[in-house]
Ligand binder design. Structure first.
Ligand SMILES: *[C@@H]1O[C@H](CO)[C@@H](O)[C@H](O)[C@H]1NC(C)=O
Ligand SMILES: *[C@@H]1O[C@H](CO)[C@@H](O)[C@H](O)[C@H]1NC(C)=O
Ligand SMILES: *[C@@H]1O[C@H](CO)[C@@H](O)[C@H](O)[C@H]1NC(C)=O
Ligand SMILES: *[C@@H]1O[C@H](CO)[C@@H](O)[C@H](O)[C@H]1NC(C)=O
Ligand SMILES: *[C@@H]1O[C@H](CO)[C@@H](O)[C@H](O)[C@H]1NC(C)=O
Ligand SMILES: *[C@@H]1O[C@H](CO)[C@@H](O)[C@H](O)[C@H]1NC(C)=O
Length: 502
């Protein structure tokens, strides 16, 4: 009797212990010191756990990359882990907090009414954390809250950035969050992330091939309005401007004839002249969304206080159903000449614009929140001597890899899934180039060009290719898709991650 009893007790306690260890392995492995317990500006209860802090990727140099990790609000143990990398807008050097604050993060930020007070944070109903565990990473060192004690590290480029990010994932991040190693893992990004994503993905795959531990459960990648190939991207603007009705048929014919169909590098003086004319015509538009206003000084103040000379139909263009207004767009020039990324040193926005702010992009809410001491403390960021900027001029970035097309070819040929999407009103990396390069891979079309729907409305168009390559447009969205079309963005994101037809 007593033997049976103690036997039962033994089994029972073993079971309990196993259960306990099992729970422990999922809920408790994440580093406690990284857990966010409160966030200045936010009064409510977080719908899921948030973690943030630094990962030191080079002890000798003191090179530290900052991440903010939002656990899925659905099923953390099964939902994919997605790494998000903002590159630009359109150039390297911009912080992934752009995605966190303005695009698909867990909060909508409401600007403070009085100067110097904190923005108010409200829950974002279209946060990508509804369906995924998502890591926002500031990369390379020098960008956002990431830094190095050795300033030499700020001289960097495509290859170094990919290998540093790989080190971040492999050696350090998954070491601290081992319970997420078995989740499907995806790499995603936007803009100059069009370079970061396939180069990192390629490093990850090489790592898997040679048996590096831990083994990442890498499934695929996603690129939005991504810089890809200087010929395709460079050729994209003129047909875009023509198709969108920004330049006349005559101007298009003229450019096409003089440039012999190649717009990425002027072949003769007549071609250069035609391209200059095109650039001049579109120069005052908002390059990140041709429908949206880009206010030019000194008109800025007038418009801020409600310039009723603008027809309301115009003011409403580009509006979204986001619960809070998108950021004001009022800074600088719209279209820096020769903006497409070429190989060699890529000037940062500040270098390009002579220290002016990034074109047509407001950053006030993010800047005031991320430079607040209490916020910095709450998110475990370095505090002294580090000012958060949307885009930095600290780094000297070398674009070494002319084209991402060979990377896409290799990755898709290996069976990794790829979603290549474009906000179709972006003029900085126009969809015309992205559509052309995805088609140029020559894969069989399995899902012919068709509309896709969100909320029973056409949300854009898509073409699906063999090798799990999908090209998708988001109708009416600009460069940073989820900022303009948050609901539609969550729709395609969750469907694609789930492997469903979009
Ligand atoms: C949060 O609390 C503060 C202080 O009580 C208040 O001023 C603010 O309006 C609240 N914000 C929200 C979004 O409820
Ligand atoms: C543009 O020029 C190319 C090469 O000269 C030619 O093949 C093409 O038909 C032209 N396109 C249009 C729309 O005129
Ligand atoms: C950049 O933007 C800030 C507001 O975020 C403004 O105070 C500053 O004057 C701007 N600088 C330039 C050169 O336009
Ligand atoms: C900040 O910079 C100053 C001077 O450059 C230096 O003496 C100090 O140690 C730095 N503080 C931190 C926290 O890095
Ligand atoms: C693509 O794969 C081929 C064959 O394995 C390899 O030689 C080439 O270097 C790869 N290219 C890239 C960009 O990864
Ligand atoms: C497409 O992706 C699915 C799911 O990952 C995979 O099973 C399939 O083999 C892939 N197809 C191709 C052609 O690579």
């Amino acid at each position: 009797m007593s033997g049976k009893f103690s036997m039962e007790r033994f089994f029972f306690s073993t079971l309990l212990l196993a259960l306990f260890l099992c729970l422990l392995s999922f809920t408790e492995a994440a580093p406690k010191h990284a857990l966010i317990t409160h966030l200045p500006g936010f009064n409510g209860t977080l719908p899921s756990k948030h973690y943030s802090g630094y990962v030191t990727i080079d002890e000798k140099h003191g090179k530290n990359l900052f991440y903010y990790f939002v656990i899925s609000e659905r099923k953390p143990s099964a939902d994919p882990v997605v790494l998000w990398l903002n590159g630009g807008p359109a150039k390297p050097g911009c912080s992934s907090f752009d995605g966190f604050v303005y695009e698909h993060g867990p909060f909508n930020f409401q600007a403070a009414k009085t100067r110097g007070s904190l923005p108010q944070l409200h829950l974002n109903p279209y946060s990508w954390s509804k369906v995924s565990n998502i890591i926002y990473l500031d990369s390379p060192a020098g960008v956002g809250l990431s830094y190095s004690k050795n300033p030499d590290d700020y001289k960097t480029g495509d290859i170094k950035t990919a290998s540093d990010t790989h080190t971040f994932l492999l050696k350090k991040w998954f070491e601290q969050y081992p319970e997420f190693l078995s989740n499907p893992f995806y790499i995603s990004g936007e803009s100059y992330g069009g370079v970061y994503v396939p180069t990192l993905a390629s490093e990850v795959v090489k790592g898997i091939d040679v048996g590096l531990k831990p083994v990442l459960n890498f499934k695929g990648y996603m690129v939005g309005n991504g810089v890809t190939d200087y010929i395709f991207d460079g050729n994209a603007l003129v047909p875009f401007a023509h198709g969108m009705g920004l330049i006349s048929d005559d101007m298009f014919q003229d450019a096409n004839t003089t440039c012999q169909g190649n717009f990425w590098a002027p072949v003769n003086p007549a071609c250069r002249e035609s391209l200059d004319k095109v650039a001049e015509i579109i120069t005052c538009l908002n390059m990140f969304d041709i429908l949206e206003p880009c206010y030019h000084r000194p008109e800025e103040r007038k418009i801020e206080t409600g310039d009723i000379r603008l027809p309301s139909s115009f003011r409403k263009l580009g509006e979204t159903d986001r619960p809070l207004p998108v950021r004001k767009r009022m800074l600088g020039h719209a279209w820096p000449r020769r903006a497409p990324v070429r190989d060699g040193i890529v000037p940062t926005w500040q270098q390009l614009l002579n220290r002016e702010n990034v074109s047509c992009t407001g950053d006030e809410v993010a800047t005031s929140w991320l430079n607040n001491d209490a916020v910095r403390k709450a998110i475990h960021s370095r505090q002294g001597n580090l000012t958060w900027e949307l885009c930095t001029e600290k780094i000297l970035y070398h674009h070494e890899l002319r084209s991402m097309i060979p990377y896409h070819k290799n990755l898709t040929a290996r069976g990794y899934r790829a979603l290549i999407y474009s906000g179709d009103h972006d003029m900085s990396v126009p969809f015309t180039g992205t559509q052309a390069w995805t088609r140029s891979l020559g894969y069989k079309i399995l899902d012919e060009w068709r509309p896709w729907f969100s909320n029973d409305l056409v949300a854009g168009f898509t073409q699906g290719y063999d090798h799990n390559l999908t090209f998708l447009t988001i109708k009416g969205a600009g460069h940073t898709v989820p900022e303009y079309k948050p609901r539609e963005a969550l729709a395609f994101y969750s469907r694609w991650l789930a492997g469903e037809n979009i």
